[in-house]
Design a protein around this ligand. Structure first.
Ligand code: MRU
Length: 311
């Protein structure tokens, strides 16, 4: 059975990604406020999945006759870096003003996302060579289905290519260790887990041929915000003369944002990094910015660009 993380019947059901891989439990959201809480607390995560979830949250609010401005504000504030969230809400704005049914549009976004990832995967798959290093989780769990960076791997494998995934643990939240390994083992994708600190040694050992990552926001100049640790990987990749690819559905492009320095970077609670120390301050940014000059190509549903993100 294929994995799925988001379902909607009369309510929104989210696979609780905080508990994976040990337990598959679903959280039900009946209001926009519950949906915003689920996004903020990482029940659901990954930029495209957050966008779809927010759209369903707006549909819940509309169905309940709730205050739509409040619902929108709560959803928009739930996670600040993934621009897909804002993109989804802005797509709904004119429909809301016209009194159209938001659930229909949310379902359309959900289905479209799978098609977008399939197209992105088809464009990106030929770039990949055996031995793909990746960070965080960018697969079905992070999207409407198929995935972006991990979707490129899926597309390459579907085309008959033997691709081995090296999944970084992704401290401090362990999306790689808990979610990417889970997806890969679920779908029979050969995968090796390693700690973040081992990436350089793996490259030096000649086991990596390409690095591919997802992103939460790409600025107009091509700088890309993605999971903390991505920048380190890009620097390492440059040192080892390895290609570094950013998989970005076009909803991740923030054309109004000039460069990486203008991207808001979310800081997560100290307890997600380490619980229990008193009197020690903690810096826990969820994302970092990789400068465009370290990116070999941007891959979207529209194709592959080596000059900068495609509009
Ligand atoms: O904090 P997360 O787990 O939401 O971070 C997710 C990422 O960094 C992903 O790489 C990004 O959202 C792209 S998911 C297709």
């Amino acid at each position: 059975m294929s994995l799925t993380a988001i379902r909607f019947d009369s309510a929104l059901h989210l696979l609780d990604q905080r508990l994976l891989p040990r337990e598959s439990r679903w959280v039900t959201c009946r209001t926009a406020a519950e949906t915003a809480d689920a996004i903020a607390s990482m029940v659901v995560r990954g930029a495209p999945a957050i966008a779809i979830t927010a759209a369903y949250g707006m549909a819940l609010a509309q169905g309940a006759g709730a205050d739509m401005a409040l619902a929108r504000a709560a959803l928009l504030a739930s996670r600040p870096t993934a621009v897909n969230l804002r993109w989804a809400l802005e797509r709904l704005d004119p429909l809301l003003r016209a009194g159209a049914d938001l659930l229909t549009e949310a379902r359309r976004m959900h289905e479209e996302d799978v098609a977008i990832n399939r197209a992105l995967g088809a464009h990106g798959a030929p770039l990949l060579q055996e031995g793909v290093l990746t960070i965080c989780n960018t697969g079905t769990l992070a999207t409407g289905g198929w995935g972006t960076a991990l979707g490129m791997v899926r597309s390459a494998r579907e085309a008959g290519r033997a691709i081995h995934v090296y999944a970084l643990e992704t401290r401090p939240y362990d999306q790689g260790a808990r979610l990417t390994t889970y997806e890969c083992s679920h779908d029979g994708i050969p995968c090796t887990l390693l700690a973040d600190s081992m990436a350089g040694a793996l490259m030096a050992a000649g086991r990596v041929r390409s690095v591919v990552v997802g992103c939460d926001r790409v600025a107009a100049n091509g700088d890309a915000a993605n999971k903390i640790g991505t920048y380190n990987l890009a620097v390492l990749a440059r040192h080892h003369a390895l290609p570094f690819y950013v998989a970005m559905p076009s909803s991740t492009l923030d054309a109004g944002c000039p460069d990486g320095a203008s991207i808001p970077i979310e800081e997560r609670p100290a307890e997600e990094l380490f619980a229990g120390l008193r009197g020690v301050s903690v810096w826990n940014p969820a994302f970092d910015v990789t400068p465009a000059e370290l990116i070999t190509a941007w891959v979207s549903e529209h194709g592959v660009s080596r000059e900068g993100p495609l509009p």
